[in-house]
Write a protein that binds this ligand. Structure first.
Ligand code: UDP
Ligand code: MN
Length: 322
């Protein structure tokens, strides 16, 4: 009887040892990181509002006191990206804005400031924004007729209206961090671009594809500082950069209340330089996109549509918004 018990005990012993060993290894495993990846969480759906990154729960089994007694530090607030988009009525407008909304919807904590170049807000844009599923502001200001000529800068008044709205909204509260970016309605934006610009401290810069008569333009960077520009067009510009190639922190916009886009004295293609000169210096610029070696935004331009066969009489029996 006694020997039978003993032999059973010896058969079970190695298994008991293995189980004890496994339990020990498991509890010693380092706890998974509790802080979420900053600034890279895509928008998970739903309407409006701030979308803070999801927080991982405590691991179920590991009841070690260090996790219980010390909750993870609160995640820093995600800076809001304010995208100012000038837009005007034309056959491709709804298509462009639909594509842009589809991009922006995937970016956490983005506020879309859409500024129509028009005397009033249009039904088309109002409806589109209402269904976009994005925090947004709908403004309008018409470009004076005398400025609607080829060769003159576009969307000056609209970008300024966006700037004025931002300053007005934040005139009392300066607490929440934010980043401003000028997003024309016809460009192509990678989601990675928004991760890059989100960490802008003052003014950040990066390459832009398909612009300036080249495959891309980019700031030249040495030892983490911008030292010049790779461009095929007017290299003498103080900031030889496209509108899609920089972002500005909200703080800089607020502490330079007079910085605007100018009509007077501004030559074509100098809008960006004229604006950036008012708020920063080349030495101060923060290079993004791996020291300005990656193209994350493209200055695509939509071909003018051929409407040669639109009927003048005998129109369709229904009126369809395109
Ligand atoms: N835009 C505008 N009014 C105009 C022409 C353009 O509001 O009369 C807007 C346009 O929708 C775009 C931005 O200004 O968001 C830049 O215009 P465009 O793309 O035609 O300029 P480019 O690509 O040639 O710099
Ligand atoms: Mn364009």
């Amino acid at each position: 009887m006694k020997s039978a018990l003993l032999s059973r005990f010896f058969i079970l012993l190695p298994w008991i040892l293995i189980v004890i060993l496994m339990l020990d290894v498991d509890t010693r495993r380092p706890a998974p990181p509790l802080t979420p990846r900053p600034y890279s969480v895509p928008y998970a759906g739903g309407r409006g509002g701030a979308r803070s990154p999801p927080r991982r729960g405590l691991p179920g089994r590991s009841a070690e006191p260090r996790n219980v007694s010390r909750p993870p530090p609160p995640a820093p607030p995600l800076p809001t990206i304010y995208a100012i988009t000038p837009t005007y009525s034309r056959p491709v407008q709804k298509a462009e804005l639909t594509r842009l909304a589809n991009t922006f919807r995937q970016v956490a904590q983005l506020h879309w400031i859409l500024v129509e170049d028009a005397a009033a807000r249009s039904e088309l844009v109002s409806r589109l924004l209402a269904r976009a599923g994005l925090p947004s502001t709908h403004l309008h200001v018409p470009t004076p007729r005398r400025y609607k000529r080829p060769g003159l800068p576009r969307a000056t008044e609209q970008r300024n209206a966006g700037l004025a709205w931002l300053r007005q909204r934040h005139r009392h509260s300066r607490a929440h961090p934010g980043v401003l970016f000028f997003a024309d309605d016809d460009n192509t934006y990678s989601l990675e671009l928004f991760q890059e610009m989100r960490t802008t401290r003052k003014v950040s810069v990066w390459p832009v594809g398909l612009v300036g008569g080249r495959r891309y333009e980019r700031p030249l960077v040495e030892n983490g500082r911008v030292v010049g520009w790779y461009t095929g067009w007017r290299g003498d510009r103080p900031f030889a950069i496209d509108m899609a190639g920089f972002a500005v922190s909200l703080q800089v916009i607020l502490s330079n209340p007079k910085a605007v886009f100018k009509r007077r004295g501004s030559q074509p293609g100098m809008q960006e330089s004229d604006f950036l000169k008012q708020i920063t210096t080349v030495e101060e610029l923060e290079p993004k996109a791996n020291n300005c070696t990656k193209v994350l935004v493209w200055h695509t331009r939509t071909e003018k549509v051929n409407l040669a066969n639109e009927p003048k009489y005998r129109l369709d029996t229904v009126n369809i918004e395109v």
